[in-house]
Design a protein around this ligand. Structure first.
Ligand code: ASP
Length: 429
């Protein structure tokens, strides 16, 4: 059975298992939920274990192969341009959909009292504290971490990426034996980490089963009911971006089949959905983009780690929809200026959002502050957060992978989305 079919089956089985498991269900005295939890945690831990060595060696070896400085500048400028443009498009899709549906206004009245949700906001606000600051100066600070090991320990990827770029840049031209040896050593480490990653990926179905079972059992679909309209609005907007806008870009700019790219990315998308973490999904998306979509290692290793950290289409879109929904529900006057402010803040904060579950909540509190609503207003959307987090994370990963395809094509790569699609558990050449 192909890996993505296995993962899909695991999701269905996990959903069923989760629906029939409560906190008290036990098998021979062992609580089932803790077993599922363990399976999910082991998988995520294993992925996180390889993230730091994978991104550093991938970027450094990518830099060594990138060619001269001009090449690098062009690649960098294009990457940033693609990322900003696609995120902006995502926010605008969200803006249009949330204005058309107006989920925060029911029967012409702001829905705040009707929703009357009793989430424990205080506690949640505390728990999301420190989930990665979202303001812009903080992003700049993160780019130059004073302590590299601390950055690695906290999987603070932006700092690691910048350091690896510097390291690769200077290693590229280091003359003589030391340069040659170090280049080969890093290439060797990269190959080893890839092999470890491949083994972890084989366990994806087991991990995904655990993650989904726990989420379904703890969250359930009941949570969606009071916020059904908001939920549908977000899904519709995410769906439009993922299945209409991005495919049009692949078709129009890359002149390739979006359907094929979607098939190629399925293992990574399902993992992003199950884990709600772009950082943990990064090893899988790198493998899918290179092996299955045929993007060169040079492009993928440059674009994807950066993308997982700064390019979050789903998150940017979600922030915009959520902030406007809350503003509608509070009866706030949504003038053009306010909407513009929301769009810009959503775009900028999505860059700083950490690639971990529930990270956008912090950014949404920032936007609420900008438009003059109290942070507590976030209570309105907490119950649906996990499920929507899963969906927006999949869109985040999809956005990065589409940018990788666009960039590769614009660099003249012919093999992209052509030729046989390889399975992930086959060793690379
Ligand atoms: N969970 C998302 C991610 O890792 C971030 C967020 O929107 O909360 O991509």
């Amino acid at each position: 059975m192909k890996l993505h079919h296995q993962i899909f089956l695991a999701m269905v089985l996990g959903g069923v298992a989760g629906a029939f498991t409560s906190e008290s269900t036990a098998l021979v005295g062992v609580p089932l939920l803790s077993v599922y939890d363990l399976l999910g945690d082991l998988f995520i831990n294993a992925l996180k274990m390889v993230v730091v060595p994978l991104i550093t060696t991938a970027i450094i070896s990518g830099m060594i192969n990138v060619g001269d400085g001009d090449n690098l500048g062009r690649l960098g400028a294009k990457t940033v341009a693609f990322y900003l443009t696609t995120s902006l498009i995502a926010v605008l899709v969200g803006l249009v959909v949330v204005n058309v549906i107006s989920p925060g206004i029911i029967d012409g009245q702001p829905a705040r009292d009707l929703l009357g949700l009793s989430a424990d906001t205080e506690q949640t606000l505390q728990s999301i504290e420190g989930r990665g600051a979202a303001d812009f100066t903080q992003i700049l600070r993160q780019m130059l971490p004073p302590n590299l090991f601390q950055a690695a320990a906290e999987t603070q990827m932006l700092g690691l990426i910048v350091f690896s770029l510097f390291f690769g840049f200077f290693l590229r031209t280091l003359p003589g034996a030391p340069g040659e040896h170090l280049r080969q050593t890093i290439e060797g480490i990269y190959q080893v980490i890839l092999r470890i990653t491949m083994v972890i990926i084989r366990f994806a179905p087991v991990g995904v089963f655990g993650l989904i079972a726990v989420t379904v059992s703890r969250t359930g679909l009941d949570a969606v009911e009071p916020l059904a309209l908001f939920f549908v609005t977000v899904l519709l907007a995410l769906g439009l971006h993922m299945f209409v806008v991005m495919p049009l870009l692949i078709r129009g700019l890359a002149k390739r089949s979006p359907w094929r790219h979607l098939q190629a990315m399925t293992p990574a998308l399902l993992t992003a959905f199950s884990s709600a973490s772009s950082a943990a999904t990064l090893p899988l998306s790198m493998e899918c983009v290179e092996k299955r979509s045929g993007v060169s290692n040079r492009t993928a290793s440059f674009v994807l780690p950066l993308g997982a950290t700064v390019n979050m289409d789903g998150t940017a879109l979600y922030e915009c929809v959520a902030a406007i929904f809350i503003a509608q529900a509070y009866g706030l006057d949504l003038s053009l200026t306010t909407q513009f402010l929301i769009v810009i803040t959503a775009l900028l904060t999505s860059i700083g959002v950490a690639s971990i579950p529930a990270a956008s909540l912090v950014a949404i509190t920032v936007i609420l502050g900008v438009i003059g609503l109290p942070a507590e207003a976030i209570g309105l959307i907490l119950v649906t957060d996990r499920l929507l987090d899963m969906c927006r994370t999949a869109v985040n990963i999809w956005g990065d992978s589409v940018c990788a395809v666009l960039l590769a094509r614009s660099e003249g790569e012919e093999d992209v989305l052509r030729g046989p699609m390889r399975e992930l558990n086959v060793e690379r050449d």
